[in-house]
Design a protein around this ligand. Structure first.
Ligand SMILES: C[S@@+](CC[C@H](N)C(=O)[O-])C[C@H]1O[C@@H](n2cnc3c(N)ncnc32)[C@H](O)[C@@H]1O
Length: 249
């Protein structure tokens, strides 16, 4: 995950985890741990007496340590692909394991099975509410932004893909008997030259090769960077979603 994308996605999940007051010594399962940034945060939270089990089918960027166990597993395959005993974790976390999840709802059931009674579940993702241009210097700028951001959503951000949690996440978790379900979704207004547009420019820059392979000309990608610095530009941000819920004790 690129640095600009992390800048966008880290605050909501850190906020969710902080609300739970994860105690030193806790046992945590993280699904789709990716580059391990959330893993590292969890490892600090549980301390030397805790344990974080980090799972991904690509463990290239995950480093085991005295606190972190790394498992290479495809969790889309079957319930046994999720490591750990039933009801053995205090906290189960998954942020946006998009792309190869065939059935995200089934994965949540597997995660819940690993959670001890009274344990917490934390989920986060990017919703498919797309950015919307409120104001641009020209209609050409607006068209360019929409074209590039649409491509970004359909590819890099995996909009409409299979890694998004169910849209009715709260209802789904209530139907599984979860308590204290608390979801927050955030989007802001971003202005050209300000931090939000800088982050969007950074994400597009990072996805440059992919976007070019999908037919976006290099000049358009360069011009996108310029437009993102235009103080006249106003758009709605990418929406992020985070949730925590508790298994009945
Ligand atoms: C967008 S990255 C997010 C990484 C990390 N959760 C984060 O937020 O920084 C998605 C991660 O989910 C993993 N993933 C997707 N489908 C998976 C599957 N079926 N089994 C295991 N890992 C999977 C990918 O390999 C990737 O590392």
């Amino acid at each position: 995950m690129s640095a600009p994308l992390r800048e966008l996605l880290d605050p909501p999940i850190i906020q969710q985890i902080n609300q739970l007051d994860v105690s030193p010594g806790s046992r945590v399962l993280e699904i789709g741990a990716g580059t391990g940034h959330v893993t590292a945060y969890l490892a600090r939270a549980v301390g030397p007496l805790g344990r974080v089990v980090a799972v991904d089918d690509d463990t290239t960027h995950l480093n085991p340590s005295a606190v972190v166990d790394v498992y290479s597993r495809d969790v889309a395959v079957n319930p046994d692909a999720v490591p750990g005993d039933a009801a053995s974790f205090d906290l189960v976390v998954a942020r946006w394991p998009y792309h190869r999840l065939v059935d995200p709802a089934a994965l949540i059931d597997r995660m819940l099975a690993r959670l001890r009674p009274g344990g917490w579940l934390v989920l986060a993702d990017v919703t498919d509410t797309r950015p919307h241009v409120h104001r641009a210097a020209t209609s050409g700028d607006e068209e360019l932004i929409n074209r590039i951001v649409r491509r970004l959503y359909d590819t890099t951000l995996g909009a409409g893909g299979t890694g998004r949690w169910p849209a009715d996440l709260e209802e789904f978790l209530h139907s599984r008997g979860m308590q204290g379900v608390c979801l927050s979704a955030a989007s802001e207004t971003w202005t050209g030259g300000r931090p939000g547009c800088n982050v969007l420019a950074g994400i597009v820059h990072h996805a440059r090769t992919t976007l070019q392979a999908l037919g976006i000309p290099a000049d358009d990608i360069d011009y996108f960077q310029t437009v993102m610095t235009d103080h006249h530009l106003v758009l709605r941000s990418i929406e992020r979603r985070g949730l925590h819920a508790r298994k009945p004790a």
